[in-house]
Structure formats: structure tokens, C-alpha cells
Design a protein around this ligand. Structure first.
Ligand code: OSB
Ligand code: MG
Length: 370
């Protein structure tokens, strides 16, 4: 597949409600979209999951765009004939920037699979036609507002609730939600907000029968998670720390994590995600598909990934309506707590170009230097 160029777009979509975590409050989702333009006349699309600011990971929208324009796109364009399977190897000399790399690999994969008439799900090894959905609930202004928000999700049919926590917003909200829904699969996500010496405090969560606690400590404190795991009965699940297959392998080896949240952007793409999935299955760990408040473009590929057999826990793969009043693809609609895996070639969803154009605030092209 010859890549003629990449079109980069920054779009801005308002969120249906503010999303507050320990790293800040999002009112809207600024997204970098990548379009791979090929000589075969087929375009591939992908979403870079970096956020506007480097607060969840070191990557951020303007930085991802810069590294793509300056280093990554020129390297792929110079390579001529590129298959998605070769992208990671070609980009390996450039360190980090997994989200930017993932977006390029995914855009090329989308074009390639569209050309070959194969869906993402079939290509990745999906065994399910629909996936169970969970929902990630932000830090609320107070417990009443939280219960109100959770109840709308429970009524909508979500099969698992995840509560964002931080020091000062943990035991009480978790207790209240657990009391209101004693049988609901429930988990928490701290986004690195605690320290090693919070173990005794965090152990108080053990009584709430949680599926897991996600990333309580700093991204780089993998050993701290292993130490914490010995002091809690609630399983520890790493998110931010798992930036590659190697990071997953080592965290599993030292028992810092017994469940992994796989986010393709964070690990450099869907191919690396499948490798981590396979590693977890070999080691008997459950995985689930995380989310980054994706539009339909990123969501489509995530839903396909979540249909692999090792994804035995509901993911943060929620319906489009949980995020946006209008999506840039046909919306993902949840039926009976599940989303249907797209089966059309590539990511398998259509882009609403008029709407996309109306929300694009920056657009540029990377073309081959002759
Ligand atoms: O830590 O999982 C996280 C959103 C943005 C950045 C990080 C995280 C999240 C979520 C929401 O929890 C997941 C989603 O619904 O897309
Ligand atoms: Mg998380």
C-alpha cells in the first residue's frame, strides 16, 4: 500500500457532561484525527487519543501533531510501500509517542483492511459479535449528584460501573454506590492519585467487593503497585504504567498487576494490544478495553479489539451518547448493555463529513518530499 500523504485534523467536540478525574476536568474533547491517503484511492482513518494537555500521559494533541509532522509521517512517506505490520518497526528509532504512532499505524491498517475487504474484528481475531459495556463515572460535586449520575447509567443498562477516585473522594462515594447497587460489578480508578504509604487507607476499599482498583500509584512506581498488591485484597489493575508489551510482561512478572486495562493508544497500537492480550491470556490474567473518550472513529476499533476472547471484563467502551450529543460517525448505540462489533471492512463505520468539517479547527497535510 503506497501512502501518498496524511491529513491531520484537530476537532473539538463538547462532552454531554464535564468529566472530572484526579488530573483535571474535561468539558470538551479535542481530538487529533489522522487520514492516510493512499495511491489505491482508499483513505484510512484513525483517532490519536492524546488529550489537550499532558496530564494523563506525557502526550498531548499539539505535541502528537508536531511529532507526526516532523518525524513520523516523513519516515513512513519515505518508506514508499508500507503495510501496517511494518509501521512500528519503521518508527522504532523515535522514542515514546505511542499515541501518535498508534494513530498512524491504525490509519494505515484501516486503509489496508478496506482495500482487502476485511474488518478490524476479523483481522485482530475477534470471537464475539457484541461486547459488554461498562461506564467510567467522573468525580461528582457531591454524593447525591454521583448517585443521580450512576442511576442514569444503571437504567441505560451498563453492566459495570467504574468510579473515579482521589484522596477525599473515595470511601464515602464507593460505599454509597455499593449500598445503592449491592450486586453491580463495581471498580475504581485513581489515575495515580495515591502514594505507597496510603496502603492502609486503600485497604478500607476491600470491604466493598470491587472488581479492581486501577492505577492507584504513579505511572513509574510499578514496584509500589506490587507492594500494595500484597496489602490489599482488591485486585490491582494497571493502566498508565502499561506503555508496551515489555512493561506488561515485567509488571506481571513482579505481580504488580493481576488485571490489565488495554488502551491501544497508550501501547502504540492495535498490533501491540493483541500481543499484550495474548501475553495476558497465557498468564491467566483478565484484560479489558480502556477508553479515552473516543469519537466513533476510535471507538469502532476499540470495540473490535474488545471482541477478542481474553477481554472477559466489560470495558470503558460506552455508547456514543455517554460522551457526545452528536458523534462524527453513526453513533454506537447500546442495546441490553452491549455494543455490536462493526463487520464492514476496516474500522467499519462511516464518517459524517459535513459534521466533521464543521468541528475541525485546524487542518494540515503531510506529503512526500520529492
Ligand atoms: O484513566 O481510564 C482512564 C478517560 C480519559 C483518560 C483516562 C481515562 C479515562 C476514562 C474514561 O476513565 C474512559 C472512557 O469512557 O472513554
Ligand atoms: Mg484509567
Amino acid at each position: 500500500m503506497i501512502i501518498k500523504g496524511f491529513e491531520l485534523r484537530q476537532v473539538l467536540l463538547p462532552l454531554v457532561r464535564p468529566f472530572r478525574t484526579s488530573f483535571g476536568t474535561q468539558h470538551e474533547r479535542e481530538v487529533l484525527l489522522v487520514r492516510a491517503i493512499t495511491t489505491e484511492g482508499i483513505d484510512g482513518w484513525a483517532e490519536c487519543v492524546a488529550m489537550s494537555e499532558p496530564v494523563y500521559s506525557p502526550e498531548y494533541v499539539a505535541g502528537s501533531r508536531d511529532v507526526i509532522e516532523r518525524f513520523l509521517a516523513p519516515t513512513l512517506l519515505a518508506a514508499g510501500d508500507v503495510r501496517a505490520e511494518e509501521v512500528a518497526g519503521l518508527l522504532k528509532p523515535f522514542l515514546g509517542h505511542q499515541m501518535a504512532k498508534a494513530a498512524l499505524e491504525t490509519a494505515i491498517l484501516d486503509a489496508q483492511l478496506k482495500y482487502e475487504g476485511v474488518s478490524f474484528g476479523s483481522y485482530l481475531g475477534a470471537t464475539k459479535t457484541e461486547i459488554d459495556c461498562g461506564v467510567s463515572v467522573g468525580i461528582a460535586p457531591n454524593v447525591d449528584a454521583l448517585l443521580e449520575e450512576v442511576s442514569t447509567y444503571v437504567k441505560a443498562g451498563y453492566r459495570r460501573i467504574k468510579l473515579k477516585i482521589e484522596p477525599g473522594w473515595d470511601l464515602e462515594p464507593v460505599r454509597e454506590v455499593r449500598d445503592a447497587w449491592p450486586d453491580m460489578p463495581l471498580q475504581v480508578d485513581a489515575n495515580q492519585a495515591y502514594h505507597r504509604d496510603d496502603a492502609v487507607h486503600l485497604a478500607q476499599l476491600d470491604r466493598f467487593n470491587l472488581l479492581l482498583i486501577e492505577q492507584p500509584l504513579n505511572e513509574h512506581d510499578v514496584l509500589g503497585h506490587a507492594m500494595l498488591a500484597r496489602q490489599l485484597s482488591t485486585p490491582i489493575c494497571l493502566d498508565e504504567s502499561i506503555t508496551s508489551y515489555e512493561a506488561a510482561r515485567d509488571a506481571i512478572a513482579i505481580e504488580a498487576t493481576t488485571i490489565i486495562n488495554i488502551k491501544p493508544g497508550r501501547v502504540g497500537g492495535y498490533l501491540e494490544s493483541v500481543r499484550i492480550h495474548d501475553l495476558c491470556v497465557e498468564n491467566g490474567l483478565a484484560v479489558w478495553c480502556g477508553g479515552m473518550l473516543e469519537t466513533g472513529i476510535g471507538r469502532a476499533a476499540n470495540v473490535a479489539l474488545a471482541a477478542l476472547p481474553g477481554f472477559t471484563l466489560p470495558g470503558d467502551t460506552s455508547a456514543s451518547a455517554r460522551y457526545f450529543s452528536r458523534d462524527i460517525t453513526e453513533p454506537f448505540v447500546m442495546i441490553d448493555g452491549r455494543l455490536t462489533v462493526p463487520t464492514a471492512p476496516g474500522i467499519g463505520v462511516e464518517i459524517d463529513f459535513d459534521f466533521l468539517e464543521s468541528i475541525t479547527h485546524e487542518k494540515s497535510n503531510c506529503v512526500k518530499k520529492s
